[in-house]
Write a protein that binds this ligand. Structure first.
Ligand code: MN
Length: 139
């Protein structure tokens, strides 16, 4: 799916370019926080080929992240495991304290809602970029 088509089909507003986290992404993404109360929920849109760096949602209790895939094609990978292909309707439960990345397929835009699971002692640690050769071998 092209980015333009995804923008047109998006149920929730796409928001502006995700400049706040751009340093932790390869490629251009868009972020619109749908909820800041009770549970944080962000609508994250990736241009084709865009993915975030390896990162860890740390927590002492609870925490982690849930991804609800709303459009396009993408990937989720945990450190030391095979990447999982994602399409609209897929759900990813990301445990706290697990190193991972998520993002678009190289030939498709991608969009997910990211739900921040409430945590005690929560913080996100950003690590290295996804290896470009490994990414390009996906799919
Ligand atoms: Mn994450």
């Amino acid at each position: 799916m092209e980015l333009k088509e995804l923008f047109e089909k998006s149920i929730f507003p796409v928001g502006g370019e995700n400049t706040a986290y751009a340093q932790y992404f390869d490629g251009t993404s868009y972020l619109n926080m749908l909820s800041l109360d009770q549970v944080g929920i962000g609508n994250v849109t990736f241009e084709p080929g865009c993915r975030n760096h390896w990162h860890i949602h740390h927590a002492e209790n609870g925490g982690g992240q849930i991804l609800l895939v709303t459009a396009g094609k993408g990937w989720y990978q945990e450190w030391g495991k095979e990447a999982r292909a994602l399409k609209a309707g897929d759900i990813v439960n990301i445990p706290a304290n697990v190193k991972h990345w998520h993002g678009a397929a190289k030939d498709s835009a991608f969009q997910h809602l990211a739900i921040e699971v409430p945590a005690e002692g929560g913080s996100t640690e950003w690590c290295e970029a996804v290896d470009a050769e490994a990414y390009n071998r996906l799919g």
